[in-house]
Ligand binder design. Structure first.
Ligand code: XLS
Ligand code: NI
Ligand code: NI
Length: 439
């Protein structure tokens, strides 16, 4: 097939002063920040589903964007046109990776055998394109939330037959991920939750989810998958209550079922805010537990209570994200734009503009986070704030070498401790502002 985005050329870096809408202002792939090229700090990925499939359908209306790419929707020809469009898009934007659900890449058949046949055919085609272009797969996953059979969940369903169907999909999605050399495999628990406890056996459901994950690890390792499995926490939507509420909950779950060696977190910004956390909080919780895997790079709307999946534009957020990522020594996965254009932004140009915005916002976040680290005042403040633990009784507490008895005697001698020292939040926030806007 010929060129699809005919009016859109390769997007280049032109610098912050550029007024060309189709140029990067901050993302300069080879620029070195803290000893590493931007493109290595930021392995960006295209989300197949939003970019190549989503047409802007919402609860109140049909799609506004045409994603047929010149083919009849729902056919294998359409699936191939999406591959062509996707690879041309990645090439023009300079994006190295893609992420996919089974259901995104080929039409689902009436039976699992029919779906798998379509998947075999399309994955051969994708693999060919990957070889031609050098593009890679960041992660794969199975869509176990869209089809009516999954109305009560996949791993958490009340039906053993549906559970078996989910297992078959996970097996195939793992086969595809390995075929593409994917770095990770994601479990986003779309409908793994409940609407009412009145009809729910929570313990059975959670145990079954763990069983499905354990079988995925066993199978994945047996076919040579050596990447990370990820849980992508989300508190709600579509279910009222989802089991992978946030990173802390998901990490506890993985530890309880002995899955913590094979799994890490895939943190999505918009899911963090839905859980009542900041994006940075979820990243920090994952990092301190050794489970910062990958990132779904998007943003929500603080006035709306659902997953709006917007392209990231808030530089304060991307800066604090990159600050966490740099402090953690990077991610093992990448930055997948789980983001879609707003419904009225419905042209192919908007697809490009969305990714340019997202990539620039993260590049700027990286530049500013590195500047905060190089500035050093925040790190210095935090170090000083906890300095009472570096010697004396504090050091004994840290080393676990004291007891309530000894501490009680120590406290008695002290009489009354001094106040613990100001938190200086406003001072620290003003440092962030001067780094962001000072020059
Ligand atoms: C939905 C999720 C989904 C996962 C992949 O809210 O973000 O897109 O990333 O299934
Ligand atoms: Ni996501
Ligand atoms: Ni999401």
């Amino acid at each position: 097939m010929g060129e699809i985005f005919k009016n859109l050329k390769k997007v280049n870096y032109e610098g912050p002063k550029s007024t060309n809408p189709y140029a990067f202002k901050f993302y300069d792939a080879d620029r070195v920040i803290l000893g590493k090229a931007m493109k290595e700090h930021l392995p960006f990925a295209m989300a197949w589903w939003h970019n190549l499939c989503a047409e802007g359908t919402d609860m109140f209306g049909v799609g506004t964007a045409d994603k047929s790419f010149g083919a009849e929707p729902g056919t294998m020809e359409h699936a191939k046109a999406k591959v062509d469009a996707g690879f041309e898009f990645m090439e023009k934007l300079g994006i190295e990776y893609f992420c996919f659900h089974d259901a995104d890449i080929a039409p689902q058949g009436k039976t699992i055998a029919e779906s798998n046949k379509n998947l075999d055919e399309i994955s051969d085609y994708i693999l060919e394109k990957m070889k031609e272009t050098g593009k890679k797969c960041l992660w794969g996953t199975a869509n176990m939330f869209g089809a009516p059979r999954f109305m009560n969940g996949a791993g958490s369903t009340n039906s053993a037959d549906v559970f078996a169907f989910a297992a078959a999909q996970v097996k195939k999605a793992l086969d595809l991920t390995v075929k593409f050399g994917g770095r990770g495999y994601v479990f986003w628990g779309g409908r793994e939750g409940y609407e009412t406890l009145l009809n729910t056996d929570m313990k059975l459901e959670q145990e079954n989810i763990a069983t499905l994950m354990r079988m995925a690890v066993e199978y994945g390792r047996s076919i040579g998958f050596d990447g990370d499995f990820y849980i992508e926490p989300k508190p709600k939507e579509p279910m009222k209550h989802q089991y992978d509420f946030d990173a802390a909950t998901a990490i506890g779950f993985l530890r309880q079922y002995g899955l913590d060696k094979d799994f890490k977190m895939n943190i999505e910004a918009n899911h963090a805010t839905l859980a009542g956390h900041t994006f940075a909080h979820e990243l920090r919780v994952s990092a301190i537990n050794g489970m910062l895997g990958s990132i779904d790079a998007n943003q929500g709307d603080y006035l709306l209570g659902w997953d709006t999946d917007q392209f990231p534009s808030d530089v304060y957020e991307t800066t604090m994200c990159m600050y966490e990522v740099l402090k953690a020594g990077g991610v093992t996965g990448g930055f997948n734009f789980d983001a879609k254009n707003r419904r009225p932004s419905n042209t192919p140009e908007d697809m490009f503009l969305g990714y340019i915005l997202g990539m620039d916002s993260f590049a700027l976040g990286l530049i500013k986070a590195a500047a905060i680290i190089e500035d050093g005042r925040i790190d210095e403040f935090v170090k000083e704030r906890y300095s009472s633990y570096s010697s004396g009784i504090g050091a004994k507490i840290r080393a676990g070498e004291t007891s309530l008895k000894e501490l009680a005697e120590y406290a008695e001698k002290l009489g009354a401790p001094d106040m613990p020292g100001s938190g200086r939040q406003e001072y620290l926030e003003s440092i962030v502002n001067s780094v962001l806007f000072g020059n």
